[in-house]
Ligand binder design. Structure first.
Ligand code: SF4
Length: 451
């Protein structure tokens, strides 16, 4: 059977799609690059906010319209938990719906679909045009350590869609990390809804530090194990000490804070004691003076006043994060926050987003400038010439695109590295120039020709 997966949403969904691919690969099914060449098209949906729900529905409808005779359209992922039946009723071209994480169900379905290839041939699906998808070796991969969440954030319905926290057994994660390392992956990015709660459901008190220790020992050849999606109340001294001590855990952490006004955080039902949040960052910087800190904020949460927004701006200046993401509040209609009466007008949200990103950019520029003249290791992401579109960068010729330990894939900055290198190479380089979000660097040793 030939299949094509369309992945919507965040890095956690990317990890889920890879899991589906592994299940289908084990059944000797083949991925193809385009939906029109597939016997089964799978849409891995996202339902985090109304806008992502709409994107998922639009994608499903588009594929339903283009559906070939004999082809199967399958919907999986977050959106199906609450809206599976509705989707089926509204889009009759959908052949099957699977709840989030129903890997076995998808595998069984694929096995049953196999005889349909005869029909597919009868309907003249273009066999010659079915191009098996050959994946390029990748420098970096996601490893989802748990799913679900126990937090009560008022703007989020992940706990309703994905259920309570459920952690993957460490043995399973170690086996997967080893498989990725054997594939040549040089960076493993740990993702979850709340990575710092890992193992609580398994009865572990220090689940994440223990997992990091085991992963670090299991794949010493992977230079960076990176931690995303930490929860402010769950970052412990033990975790910071473990990160500092392990040679291949990147000194980097992503802790989405969502806001910095205690009143807004209380309304969001998030950890609201900003003194503790400051202490947590101080503790992380004490354990790892070179740690890169990433966070994300929501502006325009219902009832957010100018004063509360100003508190947030001041906090961003004070904490000097390396990377800040900022979203305008976008309701998820089934979440309590969507029903709050004091919704903030869109234009106010946009203005606040611009203002916050200006401050974040000033801070990021200062942090980046501190690296000029310093040596860093650069993981080459793409052997293609660097994109010339990066503001203030050279014209892109003679550079490749990489990242330092300070930059997570897809969401943070880049390092433009002089020379020609293959994706996946680690290159020691000296930073020659700082841009607002990115760095420019030259190799310390003579460039090795790309293979
Ligand atoms: S911690 Fe994250 S996933 Fe959990 S409820 Fe809050 S926003 Fe949603």
């Amino acid at each position: 059977m030939r299949y094509h997966i369309v992945t919507l949403g965040c890095a956690k969904n990317v990890a889920d799609s890879e899991r589906i691919e592994r299940v289908l690969g084990a059944g000797a099914h083949v991925a193809v690059a385009a939906p029109q060449h597939a016997d089964v098209v799978i849409v891995n949906t996202c339902g985090f906010i109304d806008a992502s729900k709409e994107e998922s529905v639009d994608t499903i409808v588009g594929l339903a319209v283009a559906k070939k005779a004999g082809q199967r359209l399958v919907v999986a992922g977050c959106l199906t938990a609450l809206h599976g039946e509705e989707l089926r009723a509204e889009v009759p071209e959908i052949d099957a719906v699977f709840g989030a994480e129903d890997w076995a169900g998808i595998g069984a379905y694929a096995r049953a679909v196999e005889p349909l290839r005869l029909d597919a041939q009868r309907y003249e699906l273009p066999e010659s045009a079915a191009i098996p998808l050959v994946r390029a070796p990748r420098p970096s991969a996601y490893l989802k350590i748990s799913d679900g969440c126990n937090a009560p954030c008022t703007f989020c319905i992940i706990p309703r869609m994905k259920g309570k926290l459920h952690s993957a057994p460490a043995e399973e994660l170690i086996a997967e990390a080893r498989r990725l390392a054997a594939e040549g992956v040089r960076e493993i990015v740990l993702v979850a809804q709340d990575s710092t709660d890992y193992g609580r459901d398994l009865g572990l008190r220090d689940g994440l530090p223990e997992l990091l220790e085991r992963l670090s020992a299991a794949v010493p050849e992977v230079p960076w194990i990176r931690l995303m999606y930490a929860y402010p109340g769950h970052v412990t001294r033990r975790l910071a000490g473990t990160m500092a001590a392990l040679p291949n855990v990147a000194h980097y952490i992503d802790i989405p804070l969502q806001h910095a006004s205690e009143a807004v955080l209380r309304r969001m039902k998030r950890p609201s004691n900003t003194r503790l949040v400051r202490e947590m960052f101080a503790m992380l910087r004490e354990a790892m003076p070179d740690i890169a800190l990433r966070t994300t904020f929501i502006v325009g949460y219902p009832g957010e006043t100018e004063r509360e927004f100003e508190e947030l701006l001041a906090f961003v200046r004070e904490l000097a994060f390396d990377h800040v993401g900022c979203f305008t509040f976008s309701p998820q209609s089934e979440s309590p926050a969507a029903r709050e009466p004091a919704q903030v007008p869109e234009r106010v949200k946009k203005r606040r987003q611009r203002a916050l990103m200006e401050v974040a950019q000033q801070v990021s520029t200062i942090r980046n400038r501190a690296f000029v003249g310093r040596e860093i290791d650069v993981l080459v992401e793409s052997s293609d010439a660097a994109r010339a579109t990066i503001d203030g960068a050279p014209d892109g010729r003679g550079f490749v695109v990489g990242r330092s330990y300070r930059d997570a894939p897809e969401v943070d900055g880049l390092v433009l590295l002089e020379g020609e290198y293959a994706a996946g190479e680690f290159v020691r380089a000296r930073v020659t120039r700082a841009l607002a979000y990115d760095l420019i660097a030259a190799p310390v040793a003579a460039p090795v020709p790309a293979r």
